[in-house]
Design a protein around this ligand. Sequence first.
Ligand code: GRF
Length: 256
Amino acid sequence: MGRKTQENIAEGIRRLFAPFGGVELELPTRDLPREPRDFSGTDEKAADSCATMASANRNLGILLSGRGSNFEAIAGNIASGALNAKIAVVISNRSDAPGIESARRRGLNALVIPSKGKVREEHDRAVVAALREHQVDLICLAGYMRLLSPWFVQQFPNRILNIHPSLLPAFPGLEAQKQAFDYGVKVSGCTVHFVDENLDHGAILVQKVVPVLDSDNEHSLAARILEQEHIAYSEAIGIVLEGNYSIDGRRVVMAK
Ligand code: GRF
């Protein structure tokens, strides 16, 4: 927000309170952030300005089943101040997920709610109860290898995000990087999208394109896509938490 706009808003507020004895307002000493932040590295300027933003309604619930590198990237961006959010809870359906161990090391609330042998809705009810208990505002699926039941999705409309390692709608489902490599596409990438009741399907928030090189194999391609995932997820979370968007059919449109 520019200085002029801040002054205009302050002047409006002063006038509003004038009949009640007035109000003292101190403007911040520098402009507030407006441009999307850079999540490709430590952004100290963003870290500095984040302190001025509201901290309400920014509780994340992370669901994971494995390695947890996307969770790590999100946690790192929060720690550096590049992403203004709080991880309220990390939940894994697998006790052996390395991601849940890193969550514990970071001192976060880390829960294992085993899914093995449970009926899907029964497990989902336990997960939703834990998310509510931790007052989660936005759920981030980060390598969560469980389909959510329609009931789960309906509990948090447009409040569940997923990351998928291809440019959706191409190559949904498992081993997306291998699918793309085997198909012979020249570009692939990753997609962060809202979760709806169908697999890898909801409205798209952020996509990053990664070229497929002649020298690639499926693993080198997957590694370069993962680098972009780590940038894209925090970017998408930032968009949702800031709330400057609308959803028009399948299109997520940024407010002007
Ligand atoms: C990522 O490739 C993500 O796109 C997919 O599952 C993988 C999880 O990786 N949904 P990590 O556990 O975050 O490292």
